[in-house]
Design a binder for this molecule. Structure first.
Ligand code: SAM
Length: 218
């Protein structure tokens, strides 16, 4: 597995960690401008730790910062993961519908001119279609809500032809009473109405009952 440019493994806080370059966000260990990316607090971080091929290119140091993939991030919360994404990506649109975490997200964006917080509902992409450019390289989705496949299908229109959906599907958000192994195939079947699934990986031990999915639009 090759890491996108701008993500490296570094010795931080005495152990070998995934890291990006940027201002710290959540008290993570830092050194020489690099900050540790905690996979226990980030599904995308866990996907990278499991070695999944994300298709992200990252920012070429020769070309300068903020020149990497254009990313639409759904379910940004207070910016723990999307802050790392903005460290190695280009324009990064961060959708979150809860006002409280968006206040923190705005703080994360203050140090990152390529990070654009959007207080919007990911189920209504028409409400941010005038802001988000079409043809994004990747959609990263971590909404932990019922109807996760539908959210991905509704936002598919933003992806470029061979772009990537990187989604963390939380089984208990679909149905708290059912076993994850019953729920995941149903979510994948629905997703396949608009996407070709390229890979899946369970995210234990970092996140229980989550399935990571890499897919591209059909
Ligand atoms: N991705 C975040 C990170 O790693 O830093 C954590 C995300 S948390 C598991 C899920 C977030 O999705 C919550 O903040 C929730 O408010 C948000 N969310 C759920 N449904 C949403 C929707 N329809 N539109 C926008 N945000 C949504």
């Amino acid at each position: 597995m090759s890491l996108p440019k701008g993500i490296e493994r570094r010795d931080l806080g005495g152990s070998d960690r995934l890291a990006t370059r940027g201002e710290p966000v959540y008290g993570e260990p830092t050194s020489e401008g690099w900050r540790a990316w905690d996979p226990n607090r980030s599904k995308l971080g866990a996907m990278l730790e499991t070695g999944m091929e994300t298709g992200l290119a990252g920012s070429d140091p020769e070309a300068g910062p903020y020149t990497g993939d254009t990313v639409l991030y759904l379910g940004a919360a207070s910016g723990t993961t999307v802050g790392h994404v903005a460290d190695f990506a280009g324009p990064t649109y961060a959708v979150e519908f809860a006002p409280r975490p968006v206040r923190d997200l705005v703080g994360v964006a203050e140090d990152r001119p390529n990070l654009f917080p959007l207080l919007k509902d990911a189920r209504t992409p028409e409400s941010y279609a005038h802001v988000v450019e079409s043809g994004v390289d990747a959609i990263v989705q971590d909404v932990a809500t019922r109807g996760q496949a539908d959210v991905a299908l509704r936002n598919r229109e933003f992806l470029r032809e061979d772009g990537r959906l990187l989604a963390a599907i939380k089984a208990r958000s679909e149905d708290v009473t059912r076993e994850p192994d019953e729920v995941f195939p149903e979510v994948l079947e629905r997703l396949e109405e608009g996407y070709e699934v390229l890979g899946t990986e369970r995210l234990e031990p970092y996140h229980d009952d989550h399935l990571a999915v890499v897919a591209r639009p059909r």
